[in-house]
Design a protein around this ligand. Structure first.
Ligand SMILES: [Zn+2]
Ligand SMILES: [Zn+2]
Length: 485
């Protein structure tokens, strides 16, 4: 599935896309999966090993970069603004989301891809980066300053620290939890403070089901690594702040799978539940799918042997033998060398990202192509969609005209918003955010409201869009245009 961008290969590519996503206000659309799409990542649940392998040079570059102790370190961008922070966090959470989807840790994601994964090294390096963990922890402490997507990304990273313990050595994970998550405090005080901060997060007005899941999993996984499966829930149920968690859980209940809701509720309120039942819940798997087992595969093209010998320099790729490593070295050494951000390359990558078709608009066009008969598709959480149909032929044509003008006319984006939110008033907030992601303009802003539409002869416009000039097929409802031509 093409996202409109080529596969990321370097930190410069990423920074270029971050710049363009910030320009297009992509972060304002709340669904993390869709922001990932805007950066050029595939959907985590649909990501194949082939796509992961293509991203390998990028992650080698990124992970080498975050371990550099200087200004070139991309993590130093995280403090600049919430926009930058959330976009960058998505790049870090992507491999974790793929892992979660394949292992179904959260119960939120059912993976469509039935392949063993090859990215545990990448995931491990992300959740074991001290600077990143500390940044995520601070995000919880000072949560009132951050938009909920930033907290969601941070909670996702923290909630993965322990499930990856099959890969991390357990004592290493424990040490990391004490140092970074507990900020140097003892286990009891450290955990009490973490829980207090997480309770602050779930008490926010803008809490979403995704954040709720990550927050509960985070404390469960932290406790599991400290106390073992059986005792973890018992400690949780005794802890303070139960009320805040329960109220928040009720608020997001409608968006949760019923089994997942039950699991989270038990985690908060499991005191009267028998111990064996609790132990089963800790290992709860909401789908029938067996989780994939981690598999290290030799990085040499066409070699399918286990690749347990890691490259000693970057530690991110594995080979079955010395022979395969030697064979691959001339190509791998280009990715394996130390990362250093090059300003000229960033400028070039920004330009390239700006020229590429807007992923959000491409996505809308693809939905319309696959669903002829609809004039617009409203994206709902959990990959659900609502097709908008317009009965009246004239209204349909006018709607198409507004869509056609919208890439260049903020006034038309406002008109689309007015029409769509009149038809679906309960979804007006979602519609506003989606249009903002697609056109980079807030349709409810005074700027959009006061932008005039060109005074045109409607008949002439209808005639012109029938011509070849705009390449519009009125029958299928499909339109193609390129705002950057
Ligand atoms: Zn290497
Ligand atoms: Zn091999």
């Amino acid at each position: 599935m093409s996202t409109g961008y080529d596969t990321l290969t370097s930190v410069e590519d990423l920074i270029g896309r971050l710049n363009v996503c910030a320009e297009r206000k992509v972060t304002q659309s709340a669904d993390p999966d869709r922001v990932l799409f805007s950066l050029g990542f595939p959907y985590p649940v649909a990501t194949t090993n082939e796509q992961l392998a293509a991203l390998e040079p990028f992650y080698i570059d990124l992970l080498q970069n975050i371990e550099e102790q200087n200004d070139n370190n991309i993590l130093s961008r995280l403090d600049k603004s919430d926009d930058d922070a959330i976009l960058l966090l998505y790049a870090f959470t992507f491999p974790l989301l793929v892992l979660m989807a394949r292992k179904d840790i959260s119960g939120n994601a059912q993976c469509y891809v039935d392949e063993a994964y090859e990215i545990p090294d990448i995931a491990e390096r992300i959740v074991s980066n001290k600077q990143l963990i500390t940044w995520c922890r601070t995000c919880m402490t000072e949560q009132e300053r951050h938009i909920i997507s930033v907290i969601s990304g941070a909670a996702c990273i923290l909630s993965n620290v322990n499930p990856l313990q099959q890969i991390l050595s357990k004592s290493k994970a424990k040490k990391r939890i004490r140092r970074q998550l507990f900020q140097g405090k003892g286990d009891n005080v450290g955990f009490r403070d973490l829980r207090k901060d997480l309770a602050g997060v779930v008490s926010r007005d803008d809490i979403t089901s995704t954040v709720m899941v990550h927050v509960v999993l985070c404390q469960l996984h932290v406790l599991t690594s400290l106390h073992g499966d059986k005792n973890a829930i018992l400690v949780l149920t005794k802890a303070a702040h139960k009320g805040e968690f329960d109220r928040a859980l009720i608020r997001v209940k409608a968006d949760l799978d019923p089994n997942l809701f039950r699991f989270l509720r038990m985690t908060i309120f499991g005191t009267s539940t028998p111990k064996e039942e609790i132990a089963k819940l800790v290992n709860y798997r909401p789908t029938n799918r067996e989780p994939c087992q981690p598999k290290f595969v030799c990085s040499r093209d066409g070699c399918h042997q286990p690749g347990q010998h890691r490259c000693s320099r970057c530690k991110l790729v594995g080979y079955c033998s010395k022979e395969c490593q030697v064979f691959c070295w001339s190509e791998h050494k280009m990715n394996c060398k130390k990362s250093s951000v090059n300003t000229k390359k960033v400028e070039a990558a920004t330009k390239a990202a700006r020229r590429a078709p807007d992923p959000a608009l491409l996505q809308q066009d693809r939905h319309l192509m696959n669903n002829p008969g609809y004039e617009y598709v409203i994206l709902l959480p959990d990959h659900k969609m609502l097709g908008v149909q317009i009965e009246n032929e004239m209204s349909k044509t006018i709607f198409k005209l507004f869509r056609l003008m919208a890439p260049n006319k903020p006034g038309a984006v406002n008109c689309l918003y007015t029409l769509l939110s009149t038809m679906h008033p309960d979804l007006s907030e979602k519609i506003g955010k989606q249009l903002m992601a697609e056109y980079g303009v807030d349709p409810t802003s005074d700027f959009a409201k006061n932008s005039e539409l060109p005074k045109v002869n409607l008949e002439a416009m209808i005639e012109s869009i029938r011509g070849t000039h705009y390449n519009v097929d009125l029958d299928s409802g499909m339109m193609t245009f390129d705002r950057y031509l």
